[in-house]
Design a protein around this ligand. Sequence first.
Ligand code: 3H9
Length: 644
Amino acid sequence: MAFRVTTFCQGSVAIIGIDNPPVNALVSGLAESVALALEEAAEAEAITAVVVVCAGRTFVAGADIRELGETAAGRMGPITLSAAFNRIEACAKPVVMAIHGTALGGGLELAMSGHYRIALSSANVGQPEVNLGLIPGAGATQRLPRLCGIAKALELCVTGRTITAAEALEAGIIDRIVEKDLVDEAVAYAASLGEPRRTGSLPRPAADAAAVAAARNDAARRMRGQTAPPAAIEAIEASARLEFAEGLQEEKRLFEQCLHGPQAKALMHLFFAEREVGRIPGAAAEELPAIEKAAILGAGTMGRGIAMCFANAGIPVRLSDQTGAALDSAMAAIRDTYEAGVKKGRLSAADVETRMALISRSASLEGFDEAGIVVEAVYEDLEAKKRVFQQIDAVARPGAILATNTSTLDIDLIAGATGRPEWVCGFHFFSPAHIMKLLEIVRGRATSLEVMAAAMALGKRLRKTAVPAGNCPGFIGNRMFAPYREAAIRCVEQGASPWAVDEALTGWGMAMGPIRVGDLSGLDILREVRIAAGLAGTVEDRLIEAGRLGEKTGQGWYSHAAGRKAEPDSAVDELVRAYRNEMGIGQRAFTADEIVERCIQALRTEGGKILAEGMALRAADIDIVYVHGYGFPAWRGGPMFKQA
Ligand code: 3H9
């Protein structure tokens, strides 16, 4: 048993400490040890109240997710947290939970089984189980509505949103906030209390049919295909109808249904994959100093988005382009984007000024010698990029990372234009760069491990999900996307309608169908990717020849009339029919399942090749790329994930 539960006394108050690094997760036996320590402390006559506090950086961050996975796989017994929390709640003397860091999932449930809650103002609380395909399973669906009402409980458990201590205080989830000296304040608070106030004994919350209906609608729209959100709603709705003990039984039933379902396995796999993806075997990030300043060459759409990524992370960045006019419009566009954030309530006016002040401009490479990283973001042309890298090589200081923002070009050829290829890597941002989470960091033949580690660490500071990728055409994401789209288009050539193909895949959970994505990206651009991948021509070439390049020309696979949704277009049916006749392709019917099977299998096959060639370090890295960059449904775990 690696955890420690200790008791010591301060006056008449017993302090029970939980210590299970790094995040005090509730491994089996821990909650029972806390319950036992409480029962023992409460038996002592000299003790009038108890405080529970955690060591290290945070209060309990939840049940141990690895153990949940083991239970789901049948290798461990059932989870017994709920019973242990009932014992804590039954304690005869007042129990104060002292919260710092994050009280999440089972952590907040533990806190709610105490009689009162005090928190540092910097603390956050939440029920993020839904992100793991679960509902809270240790009382939150019954205790939370008794503290803060059905609507707020729904908000927390259905969206998984974490809230600040101040918001939790206002909602009635915690009772007191302090700025510092958490333990002393908690002891003084505990000493002042009279009787325990048991959340489970509070009256049932008032039913709230409107909030329940709104939550159902919202979940159906925004969390399409997911099973945990409706289950959480059902459990919370039951709290208004059932007595506490019966409500807990209902919660248990729904929790176990989720835990043993496929979505929880997939989402728990992704939880660990997201933490593993940053690790490059043999590399240590601390070997290179942290980057203090950045420079970007190219102030087009990508350069602007990347500049915002640095400014958002508090890193000063120099943005350069050839003309003052290009820089003027870049700076104006960046300001507009930030100000739109103010209108949406995401940023304050002061945030805008702070971020703008971090972005300086230059029509030359002046200041580039101070940057710890230079990112090239000029247009996608090998010769242009090689020229630019020669210029950067001449001014960048020794020890600076030189990154190219390319989605298709060979990193080795670009690195070869410099005298220091070991310092060159690819930074494949996705558009819009300041919004999309995914960042492929591409290792060239010469890129050193230290540079990769430092680039990955920088990716984390930029709040990206950085995935290391090998240098092959399309890297991981686009390389797999080409055969996936080809499979979709072959279904069209053989008889499925383009709209049926998109519907089959969005119905399966993809954020957008592959045909529709083509219109968004530009069919001519995707043709380049396809040629780079060595794939044969398709009927899509006929659309390109007809000038139907996608949204940008108002017509692609779909017709895109201004201000209207993309609409199927009979002219496309005609083009496809003519192609079929010309090529002698027979037409047949497709089921949605067959379309999905063919397209997803194409992704998996290419993913398998990428792994075999060592272009991805782990199968799970590929899952992360697809979930964060290509709208793959997280609850299916990613293209490479297989249910046990
Ligand atoms: C639950 O509670 C169900 C209940 O209703 C009860 C049901 C009966 N378990 O993220 P980090 C590890 S479900 C096991 O890099 P940060 C993590 O893998 C749970 N391990 O740090 C990593 O290990 P490693 C509900 C966990 O500072 C290390 O801790 N709770 C758990 O960026 C550091 O993690 C959640 O969903 C865990 N619960 O972020 C909260 N949590 O170094 C999940 C973390 O070996 N956790 N680890 O890779 C988080 O959101 C973040 O970890 C947290 C810290 C915000 C706490």
